[in-house]
Design a protein around this ligand. Structure first.
Ligand code: PNS
Length: 162
């Protein structure tokens, strides 16, 4: 199964979806993707590193991480996936995911998506909120995995005007 996303940066919500999805399949590939609508704060290599570090100590033996710069369906075919998994926090997430799944299914008729509702306590967390709070020096410790807080904060420190 594939878990694609921009992960800019990986959040506690993403980590929860990865953990739960890993129990639903033999192997889960977390794919750090490009999104043409977004200019990421972290490079693709940095995002791969942040995801890898976030899950390293969780005993998720069937989870791997990679980056991919092309179409999602091309990776899906290449890896012979049975489905993509995406987390949904709200009705608007659901609409977006339904459209994305439809577009991917047009490109690849066998494509399927599994949408996992996020945990209640993680429903307000997004990479965008992490960046907004972090940019102004706010506390992001409840939003990103403990393993990457310092690295993510360092990035904000470097970007902040003195
Ligand atoms: O974390 P995001 O930004 O919501 O993830 C969106 C993502 C990366 C899954 C989506 O933009 C994507 O699949 N990008 C790769 C290009 C592609 O295949 N687009 C979908 C065809 S319409």
């Amino acid at each position: 199964m594939l878990f694609p996303g921009t992960f800019d940066p990986f959040t506690r919500g993403h980590k929860d979806i990865a953990r739960r999805a890993s129990k639903l399949c033999d192997s889960l590939v977390i794919a750090v993707m490009e999104n043409s609508a977004k200019t990421p704060l972290f490079t693709a290599d940095e995002r791969v590193e942040l995801v890898s570090r976030s899950i390293a100590d969780d005993g998720l033996d069937n989870v791997s991480v990679m980056k991919w710069g092309g179409l999602l369906v091309d990776l899906y075919s290449k890896l012979g996936c049975c489905a993509s998994v995406r987390g949904i926090r709200s009705e608007s997430d659901f609409r977006y995911e339904a459209e994305l799944a439809l577009a991917n299914r047009l490109l690849l008729p066998g494509y399927d998506a599994i949408l996992l509702p996020c945990r209640d306590d993680l429903s307000l967390i997004s990479s965008s909120i992490v960046k907004e709070v972090g940019f102004y020096g706010g506390d992001i410790s409840m939003m990103v995995p403990a393993e990457i807080i310092n690295t993510v904060n360092d990035k904000f420190m470097k970007g902040r005007p003195q």
